[in-house]
Design a protein around this ligand. Structure first.
Ligand code: NFS
Length: 658
């Protein structure tokens, strides 16, 4: 079943149902409303009330004289600041939660990963010897919190980056001073009548993005691991087929794990399960959407109902008793849509209310109580169900690849390192690495670019790491299972995956967990043999179907960390050649990474491979030649067994020798 709106059969099935029921979705609205061509290109300035000014003619300026490049740069910088603040504010809430847990004021939560707590404390330069866990946790929480309001100096986590990278940041005055400060700086300098030099504005955008990647987001990841456990692989399922016809379905959607983890716990409460049974349901089923889903998927194996564009489709199944949301990536359309079904849309964040939704405010000081109230509401709603239509589409996946686990799996407890991966890259067995991340966007066929780009990269022996909606996209088509290596990976990559026993696509977490990729790159850069900085590594970052400002912030911090980043869909600075030049060539000269917008997925693959090979060459590595590999691993074993079965004389020992 193919469709230009989505390559996912579950989505296509639900879109058909939406049409039959005359329901509007993001897919149909995207067809009805084309993007504003002026805004889409970054040519619209609405910073003051003399405008909005539309800079559509050659050489035209705003009323104040602002040029197209200033306008486009300001728009991009503001988007990056908004994205950085969303991620970072999430990090701040996690720090508050950690403090509350450390003080014993947050029942239901605990410090699950003491080893991670100690590692983070050490990175923060805190004393850990002879101290109580709670005492350390309190200080870690306080130091994390201090990073937001810090005014001078630099963020503590910058010291985690490779040394040459830190030097670049210091030399160029890119080292963020404090998380909030860098965001406010952008809002100030892009106010009417301030910074009017595109390059200068964009320089601050890089600094602000670093405050996200090596600040707010990294805090979010670390504290989540401390409180809920550092992920390691497990098996679970994805797609709308995870919803259950005979159980109360609670869908958690949004981003912060504090709420979702509490709701997960509540759905497992025997008393509430009994209560659900009293209402005629067989039990309580929980599933996730978007990045909250990634948080619970990575750690507890809670199935995922899908990525960003699945949020409305889940409701259209008619099987969702409650959709519980906190912050970010939540469409307002859910409110009207849930009214047409029996679904209760529950908002929980003090920051987010949606007209028409039921608001049950979440508070980490009484999380179990709030979570139980929400689950009870869902159960009470079960008898109101009408017609249910759940697509029978689902796939297995193996998420849980934290950078700690990736390190561990390459040598076990005593010999964990990145040596095997680096050696594989050096030998050309693995050509390079790619982080393929970010959203869905109804302006392009759902998941198609994610899937195409990743399968092409795998074929070319590029190891892929994913987060967010990109990971969920490819999980739906089976790429996040071990078997995918046999089917999709080139010969060298396949050998590596078979040897370690991993999928060729590693799911590293939610969108804030892109910071795990920063750590992974740092590990590769410092392990030896692949240069000394992130910019030396044969790797790329790709956001094929991006839509959110957070994606831009992520893209920018990868660039500032030295990575070549390619975004699909369309360019928000298309109107300005100068800004397009600054963020690509200009940034590359400065920090070694660059940002490009490339709508054609085929070209994204081409450019990625070209860049990977260029970096290989610069490192003096052997030229990539897949014909040298593919004679080891499970396939070889299989051949040997087959020949032996046929009675042919074989010796595994002799043949294994080169
Ligand atoms: Ni990240 Fe995109 Fe949202 Fe997650 Fe999905 S839309 S930028 S991937 S859920 S944050």
């Amino acid at each position: 079943m193919s469709d230009k709106r989505s390559m996912d059969p579950a989505a296509v099935e639900m879109l058909k149902r939406a049409e039959e029921m005359h329901l509007s979705t993001a897919f149909s609205r995207a067809e009805e409303m084309k993007p504003c061509p002026i805004g889409a290109d970054g040519r619209c300035c609405k910073i003051c009330n003399m405008g909005p000014c539309r800079l559509v003619k050659e050489g035209q300026t705003g009323i104040c004289g602002a040029t197209l490049e200033t306008v486009a740069a300001r728009n991009l910088a503001r988007a990056i600041a908004a994205g950085a603040s969303a991620h970072s504010d999430h990090g701040r809430d996690m720090a508050f939660a950690l403090i509350a847990v450390a003080k014993g004021e947050a029942p239901g939560y605990e410090i699950k990963d003491v080893a991670k707590l100690l590692a983070v404390a050490q990175d923060m330069g805190l004393e850990t010897e002879g101290r109580e866990v709670e005492e350390i946790a309190l200080e870690v929480g306080q130091v994390a919190l201090s990073q937001f309001g810090q005014q001078r100096g630099e963020l503590i986590y910058l010291s985690r980056a490779p040394e040459p990278r830190q030097e670049i940041w210091r030399k160029l005055k890119l080292a963020p001073r404090g998380i909030d400060r860098e965001v406010v700086d952008i809002l100030h300098r892009t106010h009417m009548g301030d910074d009017q030099d595109a390059e200068h504005i964009l320089h601050q955008a890089l600094r602000c993005s670093l405050a996200d990647g090596w600040g707010g987001s990294m805090i979010a990841t670390d504290v989540s691991d401390i409180l809920f456990g550092t992920p390691s692989p497990l098996v679970t399922k994805v797609n709308l087929g995870v919803l259950k016809e005979d159980e109360v379905n609670v869908v958690i959607h949004g981003h912060e794990p504090t709420l979702s983890m509490a709701v997960v716990d509540a759905t497992r409460d025997p008393e509430l399960i009994e209560y659900a049974k009293s209402k005629g349901a067989k039990g309580i089923n929980i599933a996730g959407i978007c990045c909250t889903s990634n948080e619970t998927l990575m750690r507890q194996g809670v199935p995922s109902a899908g990525n960003f564009l699945h949020q409305e489709l889940a409701i259209i199944t008619g099987a969702v008793e409650a959709m519980v949301v906190d912050v970010q990536c939540i469409m307002q359309a859910l409110s009207d849509l849930s009214d047409k079904f029996h679904t209760k849309l529950v908002t929980t964040s003090p920051k987010v209310k949606i007209k028409g939704a039921t608001h049950i405010e979440f508070d980490e000081h009484r999380a179990p109580e709030v979570a139980r109230e929400i689950v009870r509401l869902a159960i009470d709603n079960y008898p109101n169900r009408r017609e249910v239509h759940i697509p029978e589409v689902l796939a297995d996946l193996v998420p849980g690849f934290s950078h700690e686990y990736i390190r561990y799996m390459q040598g076990g407890y005593y010999r964990a390192s990145f040596r095997p991966l680096n050696d594989a890259v050096i030998a050309g067995r693995v050509r390079g690495a790619a982080g393929v991340v970010g959203c869905n966007n109804p302006r392009v066929c759902q998941d198609e670019a994610h899937h195409y780009i990743v399968t092409e990269l795998l074929k070319n022996d590029v190891l892929v790491v994913q987060t967010g909606c990109g990971a969920i996209a490819n999980a739906k088509y089976g790429l996040l299972q071990g078997e995918a290596a046999l089917e999709y990976a080139g010969p060298g990559l396949r050998e590596v995956c078979e040897t370690i026993g991993i999928p060729p696509v590693l799911h590293m977490g939610s969108c804030v967990d892109n910071t795990r990729i920063l750590t992974l790159l740092t590990e590769m850069a410092t392990e030896g043999g692949l240069g000394s900085d992130i910019s030396d590594i044969p790797g790329v970052g790709i956001a094929p179907e991006w839509m959110s400002e957070k994606a831009l912030a992520i893209g920018a911090y990868f660039v500032a960390s030295g990575v070549y980043v390619l975004f699909g869909v369309s360019s928000p600075v298309e109107g300005s050649e100068e800004v397009t030049r600054v963020i690509s060539q200009g940034w590359e000269e400065k920090v070694g990474g660059k940002l490009e917008f490339e709508p054609d997925p085929g070209k994204i693959v081409e450019k990625s491979l070209e860049h990977i090979d260029k970096k290989r060459k610069a490192l003096g590595l052997v030229e990539y030649d897949p014909s040298r590999f593919g004679r080891s691993g499970d396939r070889r074993m299989q051949e040997w067994l087959e020949r032996r079965e046929k009675g042919e004389p074989v010796s595994l020992y002799k043949e294994a020798a080169p």
